[in-house]
Design a protein around this ligand. Structure first.
Ligand code: ATP
Length: 241
């Protein structure tokens, strides 16, 4: 479970996230959508403890990310928007480091199994500097779940990937559904619809709509749009259509 209570994040005088309240239930896949600059990455960075909230509280699996960061981070897997990997290492070396950090039991087996799952088993001993963007993204996914976290936060997991790689990443996320509590940020409304239980629309740092995709479409339908898609939902709550 993720609980976000009265969260505000300011950069100097600029408010990027304003008085946000949200509960994501255990086993739920919640998607955040919103235009560029809406505050999605800021929200996930605060949620994962890489930025401090200006005001408010975040609890991850019951642990306060500010007061109890070690426990909170031990059950949290974070896939950031940009891959940040140690280029000079191999996946085997990188993952062994993180497995040790998290105290993973039987790390060799888990590393091999996860690399197999994302199709990188053959490249386990290649330098990461030789990897393509899609391969880096797959490796980042493995890094974020090496400790089998009960909560996953994924910021644009398929951005910039070829369609085949994007499908395998989506399939991976789909397989994690119910097993984990997942917060996913995306610009891809089809992806949101395919994967999520509920969707939240963030605009100017505020959650302007929260609900199941069909419920949000019904709101748009009541406002005169026939057979609305999630793109219509986005335009209705954010503008720009
Ligand atoms: P995108 O969809 O383009 O990735 P986003 O919804 O993830 O956007 P954020 O990156 O969270 O948006 O940015 C929200 C707002 O906060 C933007 O106006 C951005 O310029 C501002 N912002 C982000 N990081 C900083 C920072 N370090 N200092 C000042 N302002 C920042």
């Amino acid at each position: 479970m993720i609980e976000i209570i009265d969260l505000t994040k300011k950069y100097g005088r600029f408010t990027a996230v304003e008085n946000l309240n949200l509960v994501i239930n255990k086993g739920e896949l919640f998607t955040i959508v919103g235009p560029n600059g809406a505050g999605k990455t800021t929200l996930v960075r605060v949620l994962c403890g890489s930025l401090k909230p200006t005001e408010g509280t975040i609890k991850v699996g019951g642990y306060d990310i500010t007061k109890d960061p070690i426990k909170a981070k031990s059950i949290l897997g974070y896939l950031p928007e940009e891959p940040n990997l140690y280029e000079r290492l191999t996946p085997g070396e990188l993952l062994a480091f993180f497995a040790k950090l998290y105290g993973v039991k039987n790390p060799e087996r888990r590393i091999k199994d996860l690399l197999e799952m994302v199709g990188l088993r053959e490249r386990m001993d290649s330098k990461i500097s030789t990897f393509s963007k899609g391969m880096r993204q797959r490796l980042m996914i493995v890094r974020s779940i090496i400790h089998d976290p009960e909560i996953l936060v994924l910021d644009e997991p398929t951005f910039g990937l070829d369609p085949g790689t994007a499908i395998s990443v989506r399939n991976f996320v789909f397989e994690q559904k119910r097993k984990k509590t997942i917060l996913l940020c995306t610009h891809n409304m089809q992806e949101a619809e395919m994967l999520c239980d509920r969707i939240g629309v963030l605009n100017n740092g505020r959650l302007v709509a929260v609900g199941k995709p069909d419920d949000l479409k019904n709101v748009v339908k009541e406002n005169g749009v026939e057979n609305p898609t999630l793109d219509d939902v986005f335009v209705h709550f954010v503008g720009g259509g």
